[in-house]
Design a protein around this ligand. Structure first.
Ligand SMILES: NC(=O)c1ccc[n+]([C@@H]2O[C@H](COP(=O)([O-])OP(=O)(O)OC[C@H]3O[C@@H](n4cnc5c(N)ncnc54)[C@H](O)[C@@H]3O)[C@@H](O)[C@H]2O)c1
Length: 304
């Protein structure tokens, strides 16, 4: 299949690579020339703009940082109608557009209406599984869109992921994603608090983690991704909080959850507090560290 793939960063690069390996013909675009070169070296064709990538495509995928980037790539810049550089200016009628970025449900729904008005189905399909899952082709895709669109996009997403889940109408993939990450941030801060308190009171962190992980405090943040250094050899905490899922990405996702909550008058007391803590930690210059490094804010430490 001829696929336009736009956004070749930490996630998009390896995802596009897996589609090439699966035998698809890729037309790629990214603002960063280096990101494009490495894909072109592996057989993709470079495009001059999102519109250029989408012109002869049978399928379009975007994997971009935040709502404004997705809007710019689909609509072009220059206000209503755009300047002709966006996907919607050139994509053939009927071709599905799948946005895999993590953005807010309202933006996806608005963009889906614009796309539908010119005959293109749009689905949101944010992912979990991180850069490791992107490279291994084992991502989980949370897909929002009609049953027909889901049937259309599922086979292509299977080239990049292991679990392709239909969440409901357009926007619900993003709902699933931001609710999961809201809970992840809160549980990580909770584990960080408990580990910090335990160690301050004199218990060995390994012993405490062992108790928690066989007791009712057990959760992914404690038993797979423990934030205390040395407790889990493979967790980012044991390699100076490098790699993994960045503080700034978590801060962005918490912002999306808090914004979405305001729109439906849903109180988010712990979500608001979690956002403030990640905001502070990022402001102190730690935006690129793994999000489990939040334990250092509670301990009053700075990374070495
Ligand atoms: N990194 C992770 O572990 C992870 C995990 C799950 C979900 N996500 C989500 O996936 C999305 C992408 O994350 P990432 O880590 O790949 O980000 P990234 O910053 O590494 O990559 C984004 C890419 O988009 C490109 N880009 C930005 N604006 C563009 C434009 N107008 N036209 C073309 N290209 C443009 C950038 O040059 C960059 O290469 C984000 O929404 C993120 O929240 C990331």
């Amino acid at each position: 299949m001829r696929i336009a793939f736009i956004g070749l960063g930490h996630m998009g690069g390896p995802m596009a690579r897996n589609l090439l390996r699966a035998g698809h013909a890729l037309h790629v675009f990214d603002l960063g020339a280096e990101a494009m070169h490495s894909l072109v070296a592996e057989g993709a064709q470079a495009a001059a703009s999102p519109a250029d990538a989408a012109r002869n495509a049978e399928f379009v995928i975007t994997m971009l940082p935040a709502p404004r980037h997705v809007e710019a790539v689909l609509c072009g810049s220059g206000g209503p109608g755009g300047d002709g550089t966006g996907v919607l200016a050139s994509v053939p009628r009927g071709v599905p557009i799948v946005d895999c970025s993590t953005i807010d449900p309202a933006t996806v729904q608005r963009l889906a209406q614009l796309a539908a008005a010119q005959g293109n189905p749009l689905a949101d399909a944010p992912v979990s599984g991180g850069t490791g899952g992107a490279a291994a082709g084992t991502l989980t895709f949370m897909v929002g869109g009609s049953a027909e669109v889901f049937a259309q996009v599922q086979p292509v997403l299977q080239g990049m992921g292991q679990h392709i889940v239909h969440c409901g109408p357009v926007g619900t993939g993003q709902v699933a994603k931001i609710c999961n990450n809201l809970l992840l941030a809160i549980s990580m801060i909770g584990v960080a608090e408990a580990m910090s308190l335990g160690v301050a009171l004199g218990i060995d962190p390994q012993v405490l983690a062992g108790i928690v992980n066989t007791s009712s405090g057990r959760c992914w943040s404690a038993d797979t991704y423990n934030p205390y250094p040395g407790v889990m050899p493979n967790a980012p905490a044991s390699r100076g909080y490098s790699g993994g899922f960045g503080v700034d990405l978590m801060r962005k996702d918490l912002g999306l959850a808090n914004d979405a909550a305001r729109q439906v008058h849903q109180p988010l007391p712990l979500g608001a507090q979690a956002l403030q803590l990640y905001e502070l930690w990022s402001r102190q210059g730690h935006g690129q560290l793994d999000f489990s490094s939040i334990i250092q804010l509670l301990q009053g430490q700075r990374p070495a």
